[in-house]
Design a protein around this ligand. Structure first.
Ligand SMILES: Nc1nc2c(ncn2[C@@H]2O[C@H](COP(=O)(O)OP(=O)(O)O)[C@@H](O)[C@H]2O)c(=O)[nH]1
Ligand SMILES: [Mg+2]
Length: 304
């Protein structure tokens, strides 16, 4: 997994520059007095960690280091430890329930966050793990979305259930679950539309998908994965709130951590929602989706 950590660290480098560069400037100047702590708090907020996390970390630094001469290396390490402690409880890999045939995963999120790509990456990894998988092209609103999923299906040797543009996604999901149950498929991955500008329609659509799934399996969906795009920063917080009102989100995937300067958002999400972060995306290839590791991420963020 060293390769992935290297990519994660490289991907986070813009976030790191912001946080770590700012930190050096603050700490190098003087000892950790009120002004320095205040600047540090602002820096943490600017780096998208959120006001709650920032104030808690600053309170901790005040308790342990107030008035002391500190080095930026010491602060960097202490910060990485604090961040890792916040992230550790949410760093929970996605568990498939082997008694479910299939384990149904509903993938939701705003347009463009990376739902279809994440499903494609998961399909590849499931294929490599010898799992039988079926994909549902439930974003029937845009024809391109169905084609995009079909390309991933071909690439990963995974069948795709799709309909014409405008087809009822709930109908597709129902048919897919019938087929998946009949041939003992391990995982059913359902793509959905992310038309947040028409929230009522989207909510109805998701509710209907869930309703028809439950006609066949009252325990489905077993996972509701909300995909968030790290580059949207604080916006991601609002997206979680909105989607939690629509569906019972069980976990998050945070994409586009490569090249985003806003990786700190993962810390704010952990603090605010305590939802499991199952995986992170650091690129467009199948191997660029990996389980979320608290310490690796915290160290990556601080450039350690
Ligand atoms: N750099 C980068 N691009 C990504 C990542 N995940 C998805 N993308 C890209 O983001 C764009 C939107 O992704 P898509 O899966 O179509 O989003 P959807 O509308 O939610 O289904 C595509 O160009 C993807 O290749 C990631 O982790 N890193
Ligand atoms: Mg899509």
């Amino acid at each position: 997994m060293a390769g992935f950590f290297a990519r994660l660290k490289e991907g986070l480098s813009r976030s790191t520059q912001k946080l770590s560069g700012g930190l050096t400037a603050i700490v190098a100047k003087r000892k950790l007095d009120d002004d320095a702590l205040e600047e540090l708090e602002e820096l943490l907020i600017t780096a998208d960690l959120g006001p709650a996390v920032a104030s808690r970390i600053i309170a901790s630094f005040r308790r342990t280091r107030f008035g002391r001469e500190v080095t930026d290396a010491e602060i960097r390490t202490a910060l990485a430890d604090e961040i890792a402690a916040i992230l550790a409880p949410v760093a929970i890999p996605l568990q498939l329930d082997p008694t479910k045939k299939p384990h149904v995963i509903l993938v939701v999120g705003v347009n463009g966050t990376g739902k279809t790509t994440t499903i494609g990456k998961m399909a590849q990894q499931l294929h490599d793990a010898g799992k039988r998988t079926l994909l549902v092209a439930g974003d029937t609103f845009r024809a391109a979305a169905t084609e995009q999923l079909q390309i991933w299906g071909t690439r990963t040797h995974t069948p795709v259930i799709a309909g014409p543009a405008g087809a009822d996604p709930a109908g597709l999901a129902f048919d897919a679950l019938t087929r998946a149950t009949a041939d003992a498929t391990n995982v059913l991955l359902i793509d959905t539309a992310g038309r947040l500008h028409n929230k009522a329609a989207l909510m109805d659509e998701l509710a209907k998908i869930i309703r028809v799934l439950r006609k066949q399996d009252p325990t489905a969906p077993h996972t509701v994965l909300l995909v968030l795009d790290a580059t949207t920063g604080q916006n991601a917080i609002q997206q979680v709130r909105v989607f939690k009102e629509m569906v019972a989100v069980t976990g998050l995937v945070v994409t586009k951590l490569d090249g985003s300067a806003r990786g700190g958002i993962v810390v704010a999400l952990a603090e605010e929602f305590a939802l499991p972060v199952h995986a992170v995306g650091v690129g467009e290839k199948a191997e660029d989706l990996q389980p979320f590791e608290a310490l690796d991420f915290a160290r990556g963020l601080l450039g350690e």
